[in-house]
Design a binder for this molecule. Structure first.
Ligand code: FAD
Length: 389
């Protein structure tokens, strides 16, 4: 490996910074990240931050578990440095997926995957779901799956830690600088700034929902679709030990946001959105759905009060796998996008995958994310939620 080669990363969201961290930790000494606004100000800032092993694919669960281990190392470093964000970066509150008797088999399947991947998962009966501390209303037909090690991250704290860590390792983070990719023939020369070309030996585009438009400007189509999803913050008294709830009966997810608030999400639109022109607020229909779900699911849920809400974009791919690795069309160009709505929880592990690929190595899962699997001429595909089981 040529540790001194100049590597340019476009985008300082959770994915771009995680890649920068893994590259610097691997020994790359000349890594630069360009960010058009502030680090973490893209869709990372809008995430609920769930770190959940209740996923569709075993490999994704492995990445979540690995990311959690890496969070711990990052947190330990941050604590040593006295960073205020370190103690709050991960809240291990557990995670419950609630299902009805009709699709209980899904819980069986998830449990099998979680255990095979090395995580924890136990069944809960309707009576166990109704434990007093959680104040859940469960019907005789509800059942649940509980993973005690899952939890959530505060995206802002994670970004603070990541940014401090990569800077401490010598990574250049250049904020308020929108850049393009300078592709000449079938090679990449660097990134384009308002001042000219910044030469790079390799470029990684980790611009989230903006990746598609950015590559299109270099004549490189990408079959991904940014799609909108929503989150509401409700004023609601609950026990501080409330786990993450994936409510299969109501079609929403929720987590505590301090002792007096919860975040409740869904409202996903299965149509492509323009990252520079979409409705960043919540829809009336979404707020009504959330209100109904919370009053059906929680004791005194009807007293919950809508405080605020927002929408953000996730990036869908035709097969719901991420797009990570070298672009087969252009030498020295690498891609890192296609979070399919659950990118934060896998960020550090996927960063390590990028670092391996930049050294020409394949790590587990690299094949399923490889850009070369894509049909770059694909005109359309159906967006499906990555989180959906
Ligand atoms: C409402 C909502 C809830 C979510 N909840 C969860 C959850 O609970 N758990 C989970 O794991 N994931 C969740 N996600 C998904 C998560 O937010 C994403 O997977 C993750 O943030 C992706 O990070 P990223 O770095 O790819 O994208 P981003 O954070 O969007 O980063 C891309 C960066 O590139 C920058 N950029 C763009 N163009 C340029 C340019 N030309 N030059 C320089 N910089 C540029 C942008 O400003 C941005 O900062 C949620 C998403 C939404 C919208």
């Amino acid at each position: 490996m040529d540790a001194g080669q100049r590597i340019g990363i476009v985008g300082a969201g959770a994915w771009g910074l995680s890649a920068a961290l893994a590259l610097a930790e691997t020994g790359f000494t000349n890594v630069h990240v360009w960010e058009r606004e502030n680090a973490g100000s893209g869709n990372t800032a809008r995430a609920a931050g769930l770190v959940s092993t209740h996923l569709r694919e075993e490999q994704d669960i492995r990445w979540v578990l690995d990311t959690r281990r890496r969070f711990e190392a990052l947190r330990a470093w941050g604590t040593e440095q006295g960073l205020p964000s370190a103690p709050h970066a991960f809240h291990q509150v557990g995670n419950v997926t609630i299902s009805t008797k009709n699709d209980e088999f899904k819980l069986e399947q998830i449990r099998g995957r979680v255990l095979r991947a090395g995580g924890k998962a136990e069944f809960l009966s309707a009576a166990e779901l109704a434990r007093p501390a959680w104040r859940l209303k469960s019907t005789a037909h509800s059942s649940g799956l509980f993973s005690s090690d899952d939890g959530y991250v505060e995206a802002g704290d994670l970004i603070d830690l990541l940014q401090a860590r990569v800077r401490s390792l010598g990574v250049g983070v250049h904020t308020s600088q929108a850049v393009g990719v300078d592709v000449t023939g079938s090679d990449v020369r660097g990134v384009t700034t308002t001042a000219g070309v910044e030469p790079c030996d390799q470029v990684l585009v980790a611009a989230g929902a903006w990746t598609k438009a950015l590559l299109a400007r270099s004549g490189l189509p990408l079959p991904v679709k940014p799609y909108r999803t929503q989150l509401a913050q409700l004023e609601f008294e609950h026990d501080a030990s409330l786990p993450i709830i994936h409510d299969g009966e109501q079609g929403v997810y929720a987590r505590a946001d301090g002792p007096h608030r919860i975040l409740v999400g869904d409202g996903t639109e299965h149509v492509e959105s323009d990252p520079d022109a979409f409705n960043e607020g919540t829809d009336r229909g979404f707020i009504e759905k959330i209100a109904k779900s919370v009053s059906r699911r929680w004791q005194r849920g009807e007293a919950a009060r809508y405080r605020t809400g927002w929408a953000g974009l996730c990036v869908g791919t035709p097969d719901r796998n991420a797009v990570i690795g070298p672009d087969p069309r252009v030498k020295h160009l690498h891609l890192m996008t296609g979070d399919n709505g659950f990118g934060l929880m896998r960020c550090l592990s996927l960063g390590a995958l990028v670092a391996a690929r930049l050294q020409g190595k394949m790590s587990p899962g690299a094949e399923i994310c490889a850009p070369k699997r894509l049909d770059f001429g694909l005109k359309d595909f159906v967006i499906r939620e990555g989180f959906e089981l």
